[in-house]
Design a protein around this ligand. Structure first.
Ligand SMILES: *[C@@H]1O[C@H](CO)[C@@H](O)[C@H](O)[C@H]1NC(C)=O
Ligand SMILES: *[C@@H]1O[C@H](CO)[C@@H](O)[C@H](O)[C@H]1NC(C)=O
Ligand SMILES: *[C@@H]1O[C@H](CO)[C@@H](O)[C@H](O)[C@H]1NC(C)=O
Ligand SMILES: *[C@@H]1O[C@H](CO)[C@@H](O)[C@H](O)[C@H]1NC(C)=O
Ligand SMILES: *[C@@H]1O[C@H](CO)[C@@H](O)[C@H](O)[C@H]1NC(C)=O
Length: 870
């Protein structure tokens, strides 16, 4: 079976919904206990092999053994992981037809020394817009360090990260930037690192490594400067403007895993993680990941093993918050990784313009490099999505509302009508915003709904002229100190509490490569992650405590600041958005009391009895006696669904509710002498919401100190689900269905589908849309007459994420080439063609957290008859 991802055009396209087929990658018809088949997003013909520990199989002898059996095979070793933490290689296998390819792969799997084989997965380049700004004379006022106590660590403790090594895995770094040390190697700020890929690497081609992690791309290449921005957040320092990173004296390492554009593979990530570990990094910062809330695959495994060695491993939670709950991504989902959420900065830099009819200046944001020239404003019709409704705009600045089509489409239509610039005003009474318009030929800016409507009134009542300021101004951000709207929401699919902590990631000013103008603002959990990594560097320096992830993460989580859900309101934000809260570095260093575990998952109602009572221990490592009251501080709840509106499709963005859990504590007051420890048993009484709503309640256990002058409060986040995850339906209504290569022609159960093997365009597809993720998905081939299975169509697909409402991930599809694997797979290397005849495909997908041995925990579907002709 071959997999494809089908993308449907956005819903706003009028008329029929067309499907665009994008071939992602063939999946092998291999069935083997050691083969860790993946879902889609795999790099064709590339594999990671893990050898048994202690096995000294060299990569060369491995290649020889395969080569001897398959003379035509072109085997290329991409990476060798000759390491205690992961012993293996990644290789490309080419030059063989499908059958030989599968046979060669099976011979690899059959080798005794091989522990597991994984297809290489595509890891997408972080998608982030840059706002190029000049903060002349205003830099210190837009730094977020007062929000995290980093300012106090600098000014009171005089800690700047000196001697602490922070490893970054990213797009490379422009270390010739004056704020990043101006060089590479001994004596410079950037002392460690490697380029694992080269400029031309895009994720599917062969990497060309060299030992210099410089970002040597150009503005024309489309490079984002992501790694340079991330590095500046950690350790940048510029004496001219007083730009100060979190740990400006820390030493940096950069392992470059992206070329100038395109993606990377998870084999490159595995290698980079191991290299950063071997270089002796004290903390590792990774602003990269996949939108998949499972926790598996070699990169996730290696990150976890590094954390188990005591190295704090900080990973971005993801920027898919707009898609709702369960959007935290791998590898941040691994147990001991710090999955990092983003909080908005309190201040940002804005541009301003003056409209002749409005007295106060209007704030706008833009990602456009060029500015709109001063001129006259005109209405561009409602939204500039339908060219026939757009008036002539020659030489005018067009004003339109947000929505219906993309910013690029609006800009193209307005430009065609003669506009010299485009102002888009926000919908839903929203604030000024940054439109993303990579293709636009005229500048595009975003303003608030209120300003847009005022401007529209001005245009209607006479001539409205606009004058644009040449310098930017520092403005408070209304969402400052709350979780960024893009920040991915937990929990992990297995109901581990993720994200774990938050850093500042919304509207962050930092370094850009000189080819991109040296300075700019980016927003993302990509920015929050290095913020937290820099904070850890300060902590390690202050405490002289290395390789102790357990204690370091306890201190940061115990003393993090709990944020409110919305500024001006009292509801506490859910731990599924902020984790333990926003890092408070001074308190993390000063805190003398440790509480563990640092977070509790009460799981869902099916395993309620196992998880409802848990024990938390509190230890006084200080020199004074401390007393505490134990208090429950419930947060707002996450309401992932609204059944009456869209069934079990996740709300995007997620909904919230005021449901609150009660906690029963075995003690409510505690006194601890220095060196003493106490335990508290915590039993949850979940809110009485309808289990069908799957409400995720949460909050914090606060150990409220009797004397905050000597002992600080500590907190532990908790959450749980009312309802059973395994009751969630997997397939959306009307799915799956059988189709042809068009993807949208539905063959119902009463239709007969004909597959003529000699005509490949007649190959059948199963189109599915998963509302809920599944850990196992397989397909049996049934004889249509006897309804008995003759075997499977493919290896089990494992750990499929849910489909989303996003265009390119709305539905998925898998084709059936009329082969099958008989139940006794041991001698079969690839699928056997079924004889001509009539078959039915029987799909099974394991319900979330379901028991594979219980047939009730599988959701099934049978297609109509498929006639296979030769
Ligand atoms: C930078 O900081 C120093 C010391 O606080 C101050 O004297 C100087 O004016 C600042 N420069 C700028 C450009 O803000
Ligand atoms: C929640 O329960 C399920 C099913 O028992 C289990 O697989 C999962 O690991 C649990 N999650 C956590 C975080 O303990
Ligand atoms: C679901 O959506 C409807 C319509 O928007 C709204 O009235 C209702 O309150 C929502 N229900 C929940 C549980 O959020
Ligand atoms: C293959 O099948 C398609 C779809 O049924 C049909 O349109 C096409 O003519 C066939 N091609 C040949 C060579 O028969
Ligand atoms: C199958 O397709 C081939 C080539 O398109 C054609 O020549 C042949 O007649 C078809 N066979 C049947 C049984 O439809």
């Amino acid at each position: 079976m071959k997999r494809r991802s089908f993308s449907v055009l956005p819903f706003f396209t009028a008329g029929v919904c067309l499907a665009v087929l994008v071939l992602v990658a063939p999946s092998e018809a291999i069935s083997h206990p050691k083969y860790q088949a993946s879902s889609d997003n795999v790099v064709p013909n590339r594999y990671i092999v893990e050898f048994d520990y202690g096995d000294s199989t060299s990569a060369n002898s491995f290649v020889h053994s395969v080569q001897n059996k398959f003379k035509k095979a072109k085997i290329h070793i991409a990476h060798q992981f000759d390491h205690d933490l992961f012993n293996g290689i990644s290789f490309g296998l080419n030059g063989l037809d499908n059958k030989e390819h599968d046979a060669a792969l099976k011979s690899v799997l059959d080798q005794d020394s091989v522990k597991a084989v994984y297809p290489v997965r595509v890891i997408k380049r972080p998608d982030i817009t840059i706002r190029k700004v000049s903060s002349k004379g205003k830099t210190p006022s837009i730094l977020p360090h007062a929000m995290t106590q980093v300012d106090r660590v600098h000014s009171e403790l005089k800690k700047f990260g000196k001697g602490i090594k922070v490893g970054v895995v990213d797009t490379g770094i422009d270390y010739l930037h004056p704020a990043l040390g101006g060089g590479f190697g001994k004596g410079f700020k950037v002392q460690y690192g490697y380029d694992l890929v080269g400029n031309d690497y895009t994720g599917g081609n062969t990497p060309v490594p060299d030992d210099d992690p410089l970002d040597s791309c150009t503005a024309e290449s489309g490079a984002s400067g992501h790694g340079t921005h991330v590095s500046g957040i950690i350790a940048g320092y510029d004496s001219k403007t007083n730009f100060t990173g979190v740990a400006p004296q820390a030493t940096l390492g950069m392992w470059r895993v992206f070329g100038c554009k395109g993606n990377t593979g998870n084999d490159v990530l595995v290698k980079s993680f191991l290299m950063a570990y071997d270089a002796g990094m004290d903390v590792i910062s990774v602003s990269i990941g996949e939108n998949n809330a499972w926790s598996n695959g070699p990169d996730t495994i290696v990150a976890q093993r590094i954390a188990e060695k005591g190295i704090p491993f900080i990973v971005a939670a993801g920027n898919a918050g707009a898609d709702g709950a369960f959007t935290v991504g791998m590898p941040s989902t691994a147990k001991d990784i710090w999955s990092t959420a983003s909080v908005d900065n309190n201040y940002h830099l804005v541009d301003l313009f003056k409209a002749s009819s409005i007295s106060k200046k209007i704030v706008y944001l833009t990602s456009s490099g060029s500015k709109i020239p001063d001129g006259t404003a005109a209405s561009g019709g409602t939204d500039a999505c339908d060219p026939s409704t757009i008036p002539k705009l020659t030489g005018k600045i067009a004003l339109v509302q947000r929505g219906t089509c993309t910013f690029d489409e609006k800009a193209a239509n307005a430009a065609k009508a003669g506009a010299i610039g485009l102002i888009v005003y926000n919908s839903n009474n929203g604030d000024s915003f940054t439109p993303s318009n990579p293709e636009a030929t005229i500048p595009v800016i975003g303003i608030s709904t209120a300003d847009g409507l005022a401007l529209l009134a001005g245009i209607k009542s006479g001539t409205e002229t606009l004058k644009f300021d040449t310098t930017q101004a520092v403005y408070p951000l209304v969402t400052g100190n709350t979780v960024s709207d893009f920040s991915s929401v937990g929990a992990s699919y297995e109901l581990d509490l993720k994200p774990n902590v938050a850093g500042i990631g919304g509207q962050i000013y930092s370094t850009l490569p000189r080819f991109l103008g040296s300075w700019g603002i980016m927003s993302g959990t990509s920015m929050a992650t290095p913020y937290v990594a820099g904070s850890v560097a300060l902590f390690i320096e202050a405490k002289g405590l290395k390789k102790n992830n357990k204690v370091i993460s306890e201190q940061f989580k115990n003393y993090a600041l709990k944020l409110v859900h919305v500024n001006g309101e009292s509801a506490i934000e859910s731990p599924l958005l902020q984790g333990a809260g926003l890092v408070q570095v001074y308190d993390a260093i000063a805190g003398k009391v440790r509480v563990s575990p640092t977070q509790l998952s009460f799981n869902d109602s099916s395993s309620f009895n196992k998880y409802k009572t848990q024990t938390v221990s509190i230890y006084n490592a200080g020199k004074v006696r401390a007393t505490f009251k134990v208090i429950n501080e419930p947060s707002i709840s996450v309401a992932p669904y609204n059944r009456s509106v869209q069934g079990y499709a996740l709300l995007a963005p997620t909904g919230f509710s005021n449901a609150k859990a009660k906690l029963i504590f075995s003690k409510t007051s505690i006194t601890l002498n220095p060196g003493q420890k106490a335990t508290v048993r915590v039993t949850v009484v979940p809110p009485k919401t309808n289990p069908k709503d799957h409400i995720m309640y949460g909050g914090y256990i606060r150990f409220k100190s009797g004397n905050r002058k000597t002992t600080l409060d500590t907190t532990v986040p908790y959450f749980g689900v009312v309802g059973k995850q395994r009751d969630l339906p997997l397939f959306d209504a009307k799915y799956p269905y059988l189709s042809d290569s068009d993807g949208t022609n539905v063959f119902s159960k009463s239709d007969t589908y004909t597959y003529n093997r000699s005509n490949s365009t007649t190959i059948p597809y199963i189109i599915y849309r998963l509302l809920t993720p599944t850990a196992k998905f397989d397909v049996d081939v049934l004889n249509a007459k006897t309804k008995k299975s003759i075997g499977k169509t493919m290896t089990d697909s494992v750990y499929l994420p849910a489909n989303t409402l996003e265009t390119d991930n709305y539905i998925s599809g898998a084709s059936w080439d009329a082969t099958y694997i008989p139940p006794s797979f041991s001698d079969v290397s690839s699928g056997i063609p079924v004889p001509s005849g009539t078959y039915i495909l029987h799909l099974r997908a394991l319900k979330l957290l379901g028991n594979p041995k219980d047939s009730k925990d599988w959701e099934t579907f049978q297609t109509g008859p498929i006639v296979v002709k030769n």
